[in-house]
Design a protein around this ligand. Structure first.
Ligand SMILES: [Fe+2]
Length: 167
């Protein structure tokens, strides 16, 4: 699915990046925003529905992770605004733009929840690794490059914690 981007026309963003560069970067950030929102929702779902002897531990752990994802969602949306784009803010657009998938109607056991989340984080990390190169190399947007690297490092830490439960 091709992600569409809408840039604001009222005020020119004069930060040394051409419109084409900014639109390219905004497209990358818009897809990432969708992935983060889906992963945020999945983590919240698991916070609600986890069962088993580790219920309390995992309920709290998933709670901390979705709060962190919520902050990342906000930072990515606001980064899109800084580049002159409109931040998508509808569930329909998030579902259509996201590269990671939901599993409606399924309530896996705790171990599968952990591995599903780990796999989504790793998917996002791999995507960001490519996107960070693209925004620096193709669009000369070093601010977004640095921003994406920061987001990637947060996912790497969250992925480590998920992996540690599974080992
Ligand atoms: Fe809660």
């Amino acid at each position: 699915m091709e992600t569409t981007v809408t840039t604001t026309a009222t005020t020119e963003v004069d930060i040394g990046l051409g419109k084409e560069s900014r639109e390219g970067t905004i497209k990358i950030l818009t897809a990432l925003l969708a992935d983060e929102y889906i992963l945020y929702t999945k983590t919240k779902n698991y916070h609600w529905n986890v069962t088993g002897p580790d219920f309390n531990e995992l309920h709290e752990f998933f709670g901390k992770q979705y709060e962190e994802l919520d902050e990342m969602v906000d930072e990515i949306a606001e980064r899109i605004r800084q580049l002159g784009g409109y931040a998508t803010g509808t569930l329909a657009e998030f579902i259509s733009n996201a590269r990671i998938k939901e599993e409606p109607g399924r309530y896996p056991d705790a171990r599968v929840m952990l591995s599903n989340l780990l796999s989504d984080h790793e998917h996002i990390i791999r995507a960001i690794r490519v996107d960070a190169e693209t925004v620096a190399g193709k669009y000369s947007d070093m601010g977004t490059n640095d921003f994406l690297i920061g987001i990637m490092q947060k996912h790497e830490k969250m992925a480590w914690m998920l992996r540690a439960y599974l080992e």
